[in-house]
Design a protein around this ligand. Sequence first.
Ligand SMILES: Nc1ncnc2c1ncn2[C@@H]1O[C@H](COP(=O)(O)OP(=O)(O)OP(=O)(O)O)[C@@H](O)[C@H]1O
Ligand SMILES: [Mg+2]
Length: 258
Amino acid sequence: MTITAENPLVRIEGLHKFYGQHHVLRGIDLDVNRGEVSVVIGPSGSGKSTMLRCVNLLETISAGRISVGGKLIGYRDVKGRLHDLKTKEIAAQRREIGMVFQRFNLFPHKTALYNIMEAPVHVKGQSRDAARRRAMELLDRVGLSDHAGHYPSQLSGGQQQRVAIARALAMDPELMLFDEPTSALDPELVGDVLNVMKDLAKSGMTMIVVTHEIGFAREVGDRLTFMDGGVVVESGDPREILANPKHPRTQEFLSRVL
Ligand SMILES: Nc1ncnc2c1ncn2[C@@H]1O[C@H](COP(=O)(O)OP(=O)(O)OP(=O)(O)O)[C@@H](O)[C@H]1O
Ligand SMILES: [Mg+2]
């Protein structure tokens, strides 16, 4: 995939986030082009989840701008001043973005199939038949077509995570965010989830992936960003950064995880 500077799907500019006095994000700039897989790594507490949560409108931002598909996220720009969007408008923006968390957050009392159908039926107003057909397609895509009737408790962690990915895809997002999707899994279950993510990347989905899976970053990533202390320390071609980290903090971090 070619990396061009123009027309990014996601543009994060000068993003700051405070929790009270705690200055967690200290001026993040990050562009993600359409179809690109942007991998983010960094030590615990560096602000990776907070950044994703800002993109997905789960947090308000303290300063800066985030746009997705050229549209400002969370705010309306009126003559250079930002005004909060209404709750309904925020919900509409959030629907365009899929998010997969470390913990799978499936509805425990619903089957895999119903977990996937839920939002298309109740949020998008799709017919149950159409939603069921699409959910079955998605289950097939994540290798679980024979598990449609299983409840989360009857699925392994890796299977639950694949259902969670299918559930996010059912809303046809233009962007998928992954926050350490494999770090709660037993090692032998990680590969299946990464393979689903690889296929998704190949299909052209734009993805921001926070992960400790360096192999995934090297193989699938179009860009690798190393964050520390709420700033982007280094960002560029994954193979280049992993082979030749320029910044001492990147070197130190990679020496611990590689
Ligand atoms: N809701 C919150 N209220 C107050 N502080 C928070 C909140 N969420 C996160 N923080 C703080 O913000 C900082 C960044 O947290 P964040 O979860 O973004 O880090 P992270 O890079 O995702 O770490 P990890 O690798 O452990 O997931 C941490 O110091 C954390 O304690
Ligand atoms: Mg995190």
